[in-house]
Design a protein around this ligand. Sequence first.
Ligand SMILES: [Zn+2]
Length: 64
Amino acid sequence: MQCPRCTHAMISDSFTDLLDDSGVLGITAWRCLTCGEVVDPVILANRTNRPEPFVSKSRKNWGA
Ligand SMILES: [Zn+2]
């Protein structure tokens, strides 16, 4: 796999996380050997399926 940040090689690595709702304690994710970027399936899904911003709730540009 190629790092989305620096395009160098990534390796599969195991990470320990807090116990989530499904009872999973550890995850396996991709870690970049060069910049340390970590990408797991949840991160990838959130990056590709992120919702559009709410225009009405966004910060207004006050011309400052
Ligand atoms: Zn990288």
